[in-house]
Write a protein that binds this ligand. Structure first.
Ligand SMILES: C[S@@+](CC[C@H](N)C(=O)[O-])C[C@H]1O[C@@H](n2cnc3c(N)ncnc32)[C@H](O)[C@@H]1O
Length: 320
């Protein structure tokens, strides 16, 4: 088996300070996934390759770690980092919701990891258009070759649909005012201009977080269909696990964690309908290894990116 990149990354100016992403909650993730020599793992979110590298160290040369990412820049950078692991590392470009088609032939897996959200280089690189702090083109696509950019999305939607996105995905109470300003100022092409307009529309008085934080989060989630990706990936991941295999999920905001929590609770038959003898009507398919999510701030205090992270892990039961 050879390490593979399905598409070369388009040229991008060098990232400052480098394509560096400190893996979040690495120790807790490894403790709960418990990789063993010769094991097979699927990392659905390669990013900077930190989690994949640690899994590769653990499984050794007889194991396999298949790592996916839809961002060609992540694949190119992590490819260099993981090249020394040779044939034990297989890297593929694609969405993790397509993991069965992309990686199914290499399973079943002892563990699947999803560390969802954006990587530090995506956020820090102005040219990717995710950041309200560094001016750049209003893009926000993790896969720069596919789908609609944030600028195109704002151009296409009417005010009500934009307000809904900002309210639902950003949990922004001033969504209507902000949507009105976005529609009035169309077309948008730069992140800094958009951030300024959002700040003005929201009546910002100088709070600790930038007033565009929630709106940018909402647009990013919509552009990349992040919640839909997660909803489709969860059952796909379970289907790729061997009985006793584990799914570890690191999420970064409550919208994501709610989806994971619901999926895990249903799988563990917690709160589901019971028969007259108190047995769940549909038997559990998962065993929860984390009844409550592990908290990034406690598990990984030295990593600022771990502050809002939550880790949940479940094991596939033989009955699944
Ligand atoms: C938080 S980073 C992962 C960091 C990684 N665990 C590490 O140790 O460096 C998330 C990565 O997942 C990728 N990603 C997010 N959603 C994705 C999806 N639906 N399909 C494939 N990759 C995705 C992003 O492009 C990003 O590189």
């Amino acid at each position: 088996m050879t390490a593979a990149l399905s598409t070369a990354a388009p040229a991008l100016p060098p990232v400052t300070p480098g394509f560096v992403h400190a893996p979040v909650m690495l120790e807790a993730t490894l403790r709960l996934l418990d990789p063993q020599p010769g094991g097979r793992f699927l990392d659905g979110t390669l990013g900077g390759g930190g989690h994949s590298a640690a899994l590769l160290e653990a499984v050794g040369p007889t194991g396999l770690v298949v790592s996916l990412d839809r961002d060609p820049h992540a694949l190119a950078a992590a490819g260099q980092r993981l090249a020394p692991f040779g044939a034990a590392s297989l890297r593929l470009r694609g969405r993790f919701s397509d993991m069965v088609a992309l990686a199914g032939a290499h399973g079943p897996f002892d563990g699947v990891l999803l560390d969802i959200g954006t990587s530090s280089p995506q956020l820090d690189h102005a040219a990717r258009g995710f950041s309200f702090q560094h001016d750049g083109p209003l893009d926000m696509r993790m896969d720069p070759d596919g789908g609609e950019s944030a600028a195109e999305l704002i151009d296409r939607l009417d005010e009500e649909a934009l307000a809904d996105i900002i309210f639902r995905y950003g949990e922004e109470p001033r969504s209507r005012r902000i949507a009105r300003a976005l529609v009035a100022g169309r077309p948008w092409s730069r992140t800094a201009a958009l951030a300024e307009a959002v700040a003005k529309a929201s009546g910002w008085q100088g709070s600790r977080t930038h007033p565009a934080t929630k709106t940018f989060q909402a647009l990013r989630i919509a552009v990349n269909d992040e919640l839909g990706e997660l909803e489709r990936a969860l059952p796909a991941a379970i289907s790729l696990l061997r009985p006793g295999g584990r799914l570890a999920l690191i999420s970064f905001h409550s919208l994501e964690d709610r989806i994971v929590k619901g999926f895990f609770r249903d799988g563990a038959a917690i709160g589901t309908a019971r028969d007259a003898y108190g047995q769940p009507l549909s038997p559990p398919t998962l065993r929860l290894l984390t009844r409550r999510p592990l908290d990034g701030a406690e598990e990984d205090p030295s990593n600022p990116r771990a502050r809002s992270a939550r880790l949940r892990v479940a094991e596939r039961l033989p009955s699944a």
